[in-house]
Design a protein around this ligand. Structure first.
Ligand code: FPP
Length: 250
């Protein structure tokens, strides 16, 4: 596949988007790659490959409007249940995507992180690329891009509880702050906006703790067709929502 150029035909930021109220943290479930490929008579893996352009365009759009945190669901703890060929492809694809893109992300000031379990199922060479990307970009501050990889929201909470128990924290000291301190990235603010493409209206074990008060938007676009304009549309919709966090809005 050609190395795509996501800056082609850049979508302008719509006038309706208020740049003073951009969500700090946007999280995306990159869904619909398989359906995009099926509709074209292609193998599912081609859909994932085509998702790379979407990913880069969304990163660039997020940078353009000043999103500070972008989290992308790249592989869940349940995705090991997919056919072995697809799993193998996804491991190699995530590794090669890092190789292809990390320098340009680095130049743009993006810090790359990974949220998820580093268990034996993740090939060592993939872990190596992940570590190299973390190291390369660790001083960048323009935006933090977290790839949720071998990530499960339930697993994250289990891991936090395990860490609390291992520290010998007594039951009366367990509160929300204590759990948050043991999440994968305690410094990561909760997502303001979660976007799941492809029209599916599920969370599928994504950031369960962190999305307690996130705004959820489910555009119909399939991930490979996702472009920054869809991000902008979601941000405009987000800006029309009233967030109450359980209180009464004045
Ligand atoms: C959750 O749906 C969706 C994900 C975990 C995203 C998976 C994304 C990829 C495999 C492609 C990654 C693409 C790029 C460009 C890096 P689910 O299918 O796990 O859950 P469901 O069964 O509830 O729909």
């Amino acid at each position: 596949m050609d190395t795509p150029t996501p800056d082609e035909g850049v979508d302008p930021v719509p006038a309706a988007l208020d740049r003073t109220r951009v969500p700090t943290h946007v999280a995306c479930v990159m869904d619909g790659n398989g359906r995009w490929a099926n509709a074209r008579g292609l193998p599912r893996t081609e859909g994932h490959g085509a998702g790379e352009v979407a990913l880069l365009d969304v990163v660039n759009g997020a940078l353009e409007i000043g999103v500070r945190w972008l989290t992308l669901y790249a592989f869940s703890t349940e995705n090991w249940r997919r056919p072995a060929d697809e799993v193998r492809y996804l491991m190699g694809f995530n590794e090669s995507l890092l190789m292809r893109r990390r320098d340009e992300l680095h130049q743009k000031g993006v810090q790359i992180r990974f949220a998820g379990r580093r268990d034996w199922r993740v090939p060592r060479r993939v872990l190596r690329r992940m570590d190299e990307s973390i190291e390369l970009t660790k001083r960048n501050r323009t935006m933090t891009m977290t790839m949720a990889f071998n990530y499960g929201g339930r697993a994250e909470i289990v891991d936090a509880v395990k860490a609390l128990v291992a520290e010998g924290v007594s039951a009366d000291k367990v509160d929300e702050k204590a759990i948050r301190r043991h999440l994968y990235f305690p410094d990561m603010p909760d997502p303001d906006l979660v976007i799941r493409t492809s029209g599916e209206t599920r969370i599928s074990n994504f950031l369960l703790w962190e999305i307690a008060y996130s705004e959820l938007i489910f555009p119909e676009v399939l991930w490979p067709d996702m472009r920054r304009r869809h991000l902008y549309e979601a941000v405009v919709e987000y800006q029309q929502r009233v967030r109450r966090f359980g209180a009464v809005h004045p």
